[in-house]
Ligand binder design. Structure first.
Ligand code: GLN
Length: 500
């Protein structure tokens, strides 16, 4: 008999989800590749403001999936949410296209359009991202051994999009002429629409449960009014207005996002730890989730410099002239994804041949932080003793991204499955929320750290570490990730005990 786990190959639905996610990530990372350049070269924001805004934007991008996931589970179902979220993101890109078309003639209108575009992107991503990821799991029977491979293939889709997005949006948008940024946003918009088209055309035919039922349809107990077109459009518009307000307030009025995130995690911790139905073993597993979530903040906040300070560095301090062609600064944001696609099979093979010696999950995460720290050490040496105004070779950024990618492959997939394994069923979604909130915090923090980029000025971190040049700036990340890695290495034994 053909038992589920003995089945070979993958359901066709996986490739539908692969293509849908690939085009969406194409849109997201393509837009991100030119975002900071657009802010500083067209909208003429200073680096500090642009960096902080980048943090508010990417921070909120990781926060809204909590709402999008909840709405799908109760009211809309995964597929409707994906299509709705995708269309809202396409609208966001279109608004950014108009913003970058009118920034000369009507600066005030373009600022309004800019915040609106970002708000639509945040709102749309919230509906798209959690729902596409959860559909992948639903294609397989419980306990199917193909699931890990399925998520690896899906992660490839993410990164094929993540490599081509910055490449194409950079090629046409980051030309040196600020008027061209709009083509980058337009290409992002087209990519997003392709994702929606793939979803609409192939979902019903292929994205099915092992029993053959179409997945992600409206939940049984969803009230009829929730799925009326007017309710959906109204709901999405309302939610988008909220996200536009949220990003505007955090960037321009009051930096509330950090407090909101800390408050939410504290609240969740209180809810879970005061629950009488959990036994001490379950509680200690939950504690591990909180501890590793804390450590990943140090990873992503350094890693996500890619779209901010590291793009300033690519733009101003890297010699990109090949004689016949100048490499766009935004192209460096393709490197991480391109390296993921190249290295992922290597890492899968490495864990396999290590067999019983395969490091534990916390050890792998500590290794991830170590790779990140070494990556920054590499680039710090590249800029050491280099006179201001002198550009360094592209090898420094390229090597750093290769090392960062090794770190990502040690930490990112492992962290996600750790949360899945350790969370008591009752709190599975809430603990996923903790993981996402850590990501949101890290991204917001990334923006704050990028604002310390020493651009003809001395900056300092918490009043204890002064940075007057790029070397000291990059060393901040060496220390931050390095210390976090060491502490996590020391904690691994204890964490393993707590996990059992
Ligand atoms: N690059 C991956 C994605 O876009 C993971 C990013 C993350 O978890 N911070 O989905």
């Amino acid at each position: 008999m053909n038992t589920p786990s003995a089945q070979k190959g993958h359901p066709k639905g996986l490739y539908v989800l692969f293509a849908t996610e690939m085009w969406e990530r194409f849109n997201y990372y393509g837009m991100r590749a030119i975002l900071i350049l657009f802010m500083t070269k067209a909208l003429m924001f200073d680096k500090v403001f642009a960096s902080n805004l980048y943090g508010s934007y990417t921070g909120l991008v990781y926060l809204t999936p909590l709402i999008g996931g909840y709405m799908a589970d109760r009211y809309w179902g995964n597929q409707r949410s994906i299509i709705a979220g995708g269309l809202v993101m396409a609208l966001g890109e279109l608004v950014l296209f108009f913003c970058s078309t009118f920034y000369h003639s009507s600066p005030q209108l373009s600022t309004l359009l800019f915040f609106s575009g970002l708000g639509f992107m945040i709102a749309g991503n919230g509906f798209f991202k959690p729902n596409i990821s959860s559909l992948v799991g639903q294609l397989y029977p419980k306990g199917d051994r193909r699931l890990d491979a399925a998520y690896t293939i899906f992660y490839m889709g993410i990164n094929v999009g993540g490599a081509f997005g910055p490449f194409l949006c950079g090629l046409f948008g980051d030309t040196g002429n600020p008027d061209d940024f709009r083509w980058g946003f337009l290409i992002g918009c087209i990519g997003m629409l392709l994702s929606v088209v793939v979803q609409i055309m192939f979902h019903h035919k292929y994205v099915k449960s092992p029993e053959g039922n179409v997945l992600g349809l409206t939940p049984d107990n969803s009230p009829a009014i929730a799925t009326k077109l007017t309710t959906i459009i109204g709901g999405l518009l309302l939610f988008s207005f909220v996200t536009i307000g949220l990003i505007y307030i955090d960037a321009k009025v009051f930096n509330y996002l950090f407090y909101l995130l800390i408050g939410s995690v504290t609240f969740i911790a209180i809810v879970i730890f005061s629950d009488k139905s959990l036994d001490p073993v379950e509680k200690s597993k939950v504690a591990v989730i909180f501890i590793v979530s804390f450590f990943v903040i140090f990873f992503w906040s350094a890693f996500e410099q890619a779209g901010a300070s590291l793009t300033f560095f690519a733009d101003e301090q890297t010699n990109r002239n090949l004689g016949f062609f100048t490499v766009p600064a935004s192209w460096f944001q393709s490197l991480n994804s391109a390296f993921v696609v190249s290295f992922a099979p290597l890492f899968a093979w490495l864990w396999l041949i290590l067999g019983k010696k395969e490091p534990s999950s916390p050890t792998k995460m500590a290794l991830g932080l170590l790779f990140l720290s070494i990556g920054y050490l590499w680039i710090a040496f590249g800029v050491k003793n280099v006179q201001p105004g002198i550009k360094v070779s592209m090898i420094w950024l390229t090597g750093m991204y290769a090392l960062h990618t090794c770190g990502e492959l040690c930490l990112s997939p492992i962290g996600l499955s750790l949360v899945n394994q350790l969370a008591p069923a009752k709190f599975a979604s809430l603990l996923m929320a903790v993981w996402f909130t850590a990501n949101a915090f890290a991204n917001k923090f990334a923006g704050v750290l990028s604002s310390l980029y020493p651009d003809n000025k001395t900056t300092n971190f918490l009043g204890i570490y002064e940075m007057s040049n790029l070397y000291s700036f990059f060393m901040l990340f060496v220390f931050m990730a390095g210390i976090a890695s060491l502490i996590l290495f020391f904690l691994t034994k204890k964490l393993q005990k707590m996990m059992q």
